[in-house]
Design a protein around this ligand. Sequence first.
Ligand SMILES: *Cc1c(COP(=O)(O)O)cnc(C)c1O
Length: 430
Amino acid sequence: MKIDNSRSYFKQAQEVIPGGVNSPVRACKSVGCDPLFVKKASGSKIIDVDNNEYIDFVCSWGPMILGHNHPKVVAALEKALANGTSYGAPTPLEIELAQAVIKAFPSMDKVRFVSSGTEATMSAIRLARGYTGKNVVVKFDGCYHGHADSFLVQAGSGVITLGIPGSPGVPDDIVKNTISIPYNDLEILEKTLTDGSLEIACVIIEPVAGNMGVVPPAEGFLQKLRDLTSQQNIVLIFDEVITGFRLALGGAQSRFGIAPDLTCLGKIIGGGLPVGAYGGKNEIMAKIAPEGPVYQAGTLSGNPLAMAAGVATLQVLSEPGFYDRLEKKAEDFAGELQKLADKHLPGKTTLNRVGSMMTRFFNMGPVFDFKSAMGSDTEMYGRFFRAMLAGGIWLAPSQFEAAFISDAHSQDDLAQALEMTESSFKKIKK
Ligand SMILES: *Cc1c(COP(=O)(O)O)cnc(C)c1O
């Protein structure tokens, strides 16, 4: 595989951008190679600047559930573009997207749009603190909620991938208001949430974890969390930045039948443009400025191009049968992957899947929390990643991320991915 152009761009990028990338995991450090620079993408395919073509299972880390450059999203963008790109004043498109979001998520009466998942989670905890008058945030080890100070304690995603234990630059005063506890541990959960001396404002969770690799909630875990937070007057925040519109139109909360107090959205909601959102019941949302005293603002929030892409994406996702089709495709694919693993690497890997998000851990499993995820052989993942990439399959450059199936993945794409998986498994077991 010729990657001379990517190499040359990476060299130039490193001179002007820290590490040559604008988000750390993209640098591919943990899988032992340099990043490929992208020229363009369409449907299930991504093409790099050396004209190599790949079947894309990263899907821009989740947003591209319809595949790249979906014609309906492109048409909506072109239409919006003709009217200008930003006004700093409200537009009808914001109402349209808000109505679609609230329809999909009955736990929300109102929603506020921001420009990233990080902004959504950061604003949601400020709101929870303002609403309850308490300061402590409880999160779970290995969950990632963006890069705001309060969340960089035992965080997932790039923080694990790069082996950063917390982050310099985060003041101790902030860390002391964050408590991080193990995912799926009912006993510690109960002990923490019922300790009145802790002054807990909110609990934030990925209802299906996606940033330590995919880790589903244990049976009864989310229900217990809902019951305890209700009893203790603690605001329950579901960070559905990945799972929203991914696991169902109404996200993990509709799939598991648990309504949180606040929900954070991102990724898919912008149809590939930068959008985040947070929302909940009127009683809490009324505290947000200008209705209430909790301040949160954004120059480009509700940007018309981003709203247009979001509206068009949600329209396609709302078509009957969309999620059943995606689920079936992902389930069949995962089944075939498992057969290959059983044949070539028996007892060496674990596949976790919920809907169209999945992770193969190079770990005998079960993987149910941060600690068990960390038992994975990341060096073996690196070899697997490189073998797959050389065979034209674009996976996340980290063991601790999800692979996503999109509506654009054809049966041919998946058959090709299975074939490459088999030959990569054979290669790495030697
Ligand atoms: C990606 C992600 C975020 C952060 O979103 P950005 O748009 O990258 O700021 C927050 N929470 C979860 C669960 C995510 O996966």
